[in-house]
Design a protein. Structure first.
Length: 93
C-alpha cells in the first residue's frame, strides 16, 4: 500500500485503513491525526493503540504519566511513540 496526499492531510483524523472498512484484511485501524496549534484530542478507545509523532510538538497525557515530545524532522530524528493498552485514556495537547 502506498499513501499519497499531495496537498497534505487536513486537520483532524484521516483514516487510512479500518478494521471494518478499507483494507480490513490488515486487521487494524491506522490513520493520520493532524492537530491545529493549541488543539486538543482525547481518546477512550477500547482497542490497543500506538501514537507516533511525525513532526511538531505535543504533550501526551495518560493515566500515570505525561510527557512533552518534539520532532522537527521525520527523516533526520528518531521517533517517539506511546503505546497504550486497550481501554487506557489519552489526551494530546
Amino acid at each position: 500500500m502506498q499513501i499519497k496526499q499531495p496537498r497534505g492531510f487536513p486537520q483532524g483524523y484521516t483514516p487510512i485503513t479500518a478494521i471494518t472498512g478499507p483494507h480490513a484484511d490488515l486487521l487494524l485501524d491506522f490513520g493520520i491525526l493532524k492537530l491545529p496549534g493549541g488543539g486538543r484530542y482525547t481518546s477512550e478507545a477500547a482497542l490497543e493503540r500506538a501514537y507516533l509523532l511525525m513532526d511538531g510538538e505535543v504533550r501526551l497525557e495518560w493515566e500515570g504519566g505525561s510527557r512533552l515530545i518534539r520532532r522537527r524532522s521525520l527523516f533526520d530524528e528518531s521517533p517517539s511513540c506511546l503505546h497504550l493498552a486497550a481501554g487506557e485514556d489519552l489526551a494530546l495537547n
